[in-house]
Design a protein around this ligand. Structure first.
Ligand code: PMP
Length: 357
């Protein structure tokens, strides 16, 4: 046999378990924190007409200026800050990791949190270190500060709110980590739309080593793949060199520009999701065998007596949620339930009640 992947691919990549997306055809899909609502038909038609005019024979505008202007407006981004556009915020995580991957550099995160922080660190050839959350998934702020001192991370990731736990860590504890760190602290606000306005965006620019990452995915545009990093211009100037020139395609740029101008549609949808989250929480709290964790996101984490069993029972009834049992000791028997439409949530809750007996 000639040289193949076993010999040629980097050892640490061969050890990685690929990010797994299970098949969901025909299922009630409550596993990926998607907004369950489609666009109103009239708006979808209007968007179609707009997209028909897009010159798909041409490469995208490499600067993305028009779209950046729209994002600035929608997210109320201060004029002193700059934006980096990504093919989803996943790509932003990758770009930031690559930029900071000096030989021997370390990435720090809390655990359990979003697994792509580790994946992106590994892909960039960086060391990865983590600080465990407490058993109730609250942030152990002293432990985080000790880890920053011990590991000297070039990059620290904080998801705010956190995934898969759903909670918000205290803002002051994050700022303390920013002040204590000689590296960059990246605050990932993927679930901002559901957080009741909790954000570190106002702190960007006040600290030279703080950057905020956002996405339009959870808002209702997951299929477009568009994320953004917001930072002082010096950071974006460097990070932009690692962005492939045409990473945001013309259809995504045109659709996002069109839809973000009409963001009241998504504001209404996210308000409906937040209201449903409250209903879901109340029903879950009434279930004797369910421990429910607080959420500022569009999902709710629960612990049940038999996580894998409940996951399978839901699947049998055509409902796909996410099981975390086995992925981290603190997540034993935990399920993450994405908030769907009222009807989907009712079906999920009925199935869960039946599974728990
Ligand atoms: N950050 C967090 C915390 C997430 O949970 C996710 C999606 N699961 C992302 C980033 C990536 O989102 P996207 O690439 O769709 O912008």
């Amino acid at each position: 046999m000639g040289p193949g992947p076993d010999e040629l691919v980097r050892e640490e990549i061969r050890r990685v378990t690929a990010y797994h997306v299970p098949p969901a055809q025909g299922m009630v899909k409550l596993d990926a924190m998607e907004n369950p609502y489609r666009l109103p038909p009239e708006l979808a038609r209007e968007m179609g007409a707009r997209l028909a005019e897009v010159a798909i024979n041409r490469y995208p505008d490499p600067s993305g200026e028009l779209l950046k202007r729209r994002l600035r407006e929608t997210m109320r981004i201060d004029a002193s800050l700059e934006l980096l556009l990504g093919n989803g915020s996943d790509e932003i995580l990758q770009i930031i990791s690559l930029a900071l991957a000096k030989p021997g550099a370390t990435v720090l995160s809390v655990e359990p949190s979003f697994v792509v922080y580790r994946l992106a660190a590994t892909a960039a050839g960086m060391r990865y270190a983590s600080v465990s959350l407490r058993e109730d998934f609250s942030l152990d702020a002293p432990a985080l500060l000790r880890a920053i001192e011990r590991e000297r991370p070039a990059l620290t990731w904080i998801a705010y709110p956190n995934n898969p736990t759903g909670n918000l860590f205290p803002r002051e504890a994050i700022l303390e980590a920013v002040r204590a760190s000689a590296g960059l602290v990246a605050v990932d606000e993927a679930y901002y739309a559901f957080s009741g306005g909790a954000s570190m965006l106002d702190d960007v620019g006040r600290h030279p080593n703080l950057i905020v990452v956002r996405t339009v995915s959870k808002l209702g545009l997951a299929g477009l793949r568009l994320g953004v990093a917001i930072a002082p211009p010096g950071w974006i100037h460097e990070l932009d060199k690692l962005r492939m020139p045409y990473n945001v395609n013309v259809l995504t740029a045109a659709a996002a520009d069109f839809l973000l101008e009409r963001h009241d549609v998504f504001d209404r949808q996210t308000a409906a999701i937040v209201a449903e989250r409250a209903r879901l929480e109340a029903v879950l709290d009434g279930m004797e065998r369910v421990t429910r964790f607080p959420s500022a996101a569009n999902f709710v984490l629960v612990r049940v007596p038999d996580g894998p069993g409940a996951f399978e029972a839901l699947r049998q009834r055509g409902i796909l949620v996410r099981t975390f049992h086995g992925s981290h000791p603190l997540l034993a028997h935990c399920l993450r339930l994405t908030v769907g439409t009222p009807d989907e949530n009712t079906r999920m809750l009925d199935a869960l009640a039946a599974a728990l007996g």
